[in-house]
Design a protein around this ligand. Structure first.
Ligand SMILES: [Zn+2]
Length: 298
């Protein structure tokens, strides 16, 4: 049974640097929806109070998060939420979560963590005045926790991007304001890209699932968003922020963790991300075969 009164969560799963910030904010532009980027980090970042919210304030100085955590149950549950996150919410936990392979004490703890997480999402939706939340935490483990233990109405978009573009992006350092992202070599990225996407595919068995190639999305972003709105019942028939077929208005929002692009607001043009050839990219034959299943050509 789904959590009564809980918001609908559009969850973006996939490898980092696949364009999730853009997709996240496009969905967040829809009426009665709001995006918060990588939501698995909210509690940590609020408690640490070192990295800025995308509105420019420190988390504990941001009026939005102050209001969210004015809820005494949540405030008291911060240590438990952090503990649950550290125990269960990471890539390494995904297969265990998929199988539900936990002993009794873990199951009790997971149920409690799920209940508190549902409380957090309900509170965020209430303060934001929305009924749909966009969470681009990307780790499949999070989608499973939201669905199975928080019992929220979760809709998963598996965002896939051409691995050559992803590897190129991870090679460059990227930092702005308070976000500094690590760099990875091509070989490291190709390995992670395949594993992460493979595990994301496994979500199909547990959550309503739809695959979105980033290149297809950027080719016709307004039409692609219309398809997503049609797919998620809570978004059907709602207005969105597109001003033209490729330009969209991003309003200020409150994200505590994500790509440095989260600090940009105003009218943004979504540029087409073209697909790159896989041959001579340094990928192994198995990786090339795997990527070609998503329609990327050699
Ligand atoms: Zn803020």
């Amino acid at each position: 049974m789904e959590n009564a009164g809980g918001p609908t969560v559009v969850f973006i799963a996939g490898e980092g640097r696949s364009g999730s910030t853009v997709l996240d904010r496009c969905i967040g532009s829809i009426d009665r929806a709001a995006s918060f980027n990588e939501m698995h980090e909210i509690v940590h970042q609020f408690q640490r109070n070192q990295k800025r919210c995308s509105c420019g304030a420190l988390p504990q100085g941001c009026y939005f998060w102050r209001e969210v955590f004015a809820d005494q149950i949540l405030l008291a549950a911060l240590p438990e939420l952090i503990d649950g996150f550290e125990r269960y919410d990471g890539s390494r936990q995904t297969l265990r979560l998929l199988a539900g392979a936990y002993g009794r004490s873990d199951r009790v703890r997971l149920r409690r963590y799920g209940m508190l997480t549902a409380h957090l999402y309900r509170r965020i939706a209430q303060v934001a005045g929305v009924s749909v939340i966009v969470d681009s935490s990307k780790n499949p483990s999070r989608a499973l926790i939201l669905k199975r233990y928080a019992r929220l109405d979760v809709w998963c978009l598996h965002l896939v991007r051409n691995p050559v573009s992803v590897a190129e992006s991870w090679r460059r350092s990227k930092g702005a304001m308070d976000d500094n992202l690590p760099t990875y070599t091509q070989v490291q990225t190709y390995k992670r890209w395949m594993l992460k996407n493979l595990v994301c595919e496994a979500l199909q068995a547990r959550v309503p699932y739809r695959r979105v190639p980033f290149e297809t999305f950027t080719e016709a972003p307004r039409d692609s968003l219309r398809d997503i709105k049609q797919w998620v019942p809570a978004l059907r028939g709602k207005q969105d922020g597109f001003a033209t077929t490729s330009e969209i208005d991003f309003g200020p929002f409150h994200s505590l963790q994500g790509n440095p692009d989260r600090f940009e607001n105003g009218r943004v043009e979504i540029r087409t991300s073209s697909s790159r050839p896989l041959a001579n990219s340094g990928m192994t034959p198995i990786q090339i075969w795997f990527a070609s299943r998503y329609g990327y050509s050699r």
